[in-house]
Write a protein that binds this ligand. Structure first.
Ligand code: A4P
Ligand code: MG
Length: 175
């Protein structure tokens, strides 16, 4: 749960290659009808006020190292919306994503960390915002190591810099 006013929110300057005008969400699913879960998330996000206009191809990916062993492959996809087309603040977008996860039947209590899930909705970027609040860290703390996130980002915004560090993103994944 994100407590309004908790933590810190800082806006950094934009610049060439910055995705300052865009909000980016990552979808993941490796349980049940994976494609249907992503479709439900795309529809629910748009209807809820995240009016995305960029969508990466859906990519099938092996579970990341560190994921609970024995689970199946994921479908992953990235969506991006212009900030002007996002009628939600970061906490509200997180709450919408979690509501969609619940609607997809996700149960956290009986799942180990990085266990299989019907739907995961992560906020990757919220323009240039840097957020360190209980329950919400933006940019998403692990996205730079994920080729299925960094790949689409660099195709959309070559020369993209990490809003927290200012470091150029690399396809290989480290910042
Ligand atoms: N949270 C904090 N910041 C954010 C943010 N920017 N976006 C909090 C979304 N949530 C954020 O998440 C745990 C807590 O993170 C939430 O309470 C939220 O307030 P969760 O969805 O309950 O659990 P999780 O997703 O299992 O944990 P975590 O650590 O967020 O995992 P990740 O980083 O989401 O990775 N392999 C492949 N191939 N594809 C995947 O998509 N995903 C994961 C999970 C593991 N392996 C994967 C994939
Ligand atoms: Mg997550």
């Amino acid at each position: 749960m994100v407590r309004p006013g908790a933590g810190t929110v800082n806006a950094r300057g934009g610049g060439p290659g910055a995705a300052g005008g865009w909000v980016v969400v990552a979808l993941g699913s490796n349980l049940g009808d994976r494609a249907a879960h992503l479709e439900g998330a795309r529809r629910g996000l748009f209807a809820g006020g995240f009016r995305w206009t960029l969508a990466s191809p859906v990519e099938e990916t092996a579970p990341l190292p560190g994921s609970t062993p024995g689970q199946g492959p994921y479908l992953n996809q990235l969506l991006a919306a212009r900030r002007a087309e996002v009628a939600l603040d970061p906490a509200a977008l997180l709450a919408l994503g979690q509501a969609l996860e619940r609607a997809a039947g996700r149960r956290r209590a009986d799942q180990s960390r990085w266990g299989p899930r019907t739907l995961d909705v992560d906020i990757v970027l919220f323009g240039e915002l840097v957020i360190d609040a209980p329950g919400l860290v933006v940019p998403h703390p692990r996205f730079v190591a994920r080729p299925f996130v960094v790949g689409p980002l660099l195709r959309w915004w070559p020369g993209l810099r990490h809003p927290r560090t200012g470091v150029l993103l690399a396809a290989g994944g480290s910042v």
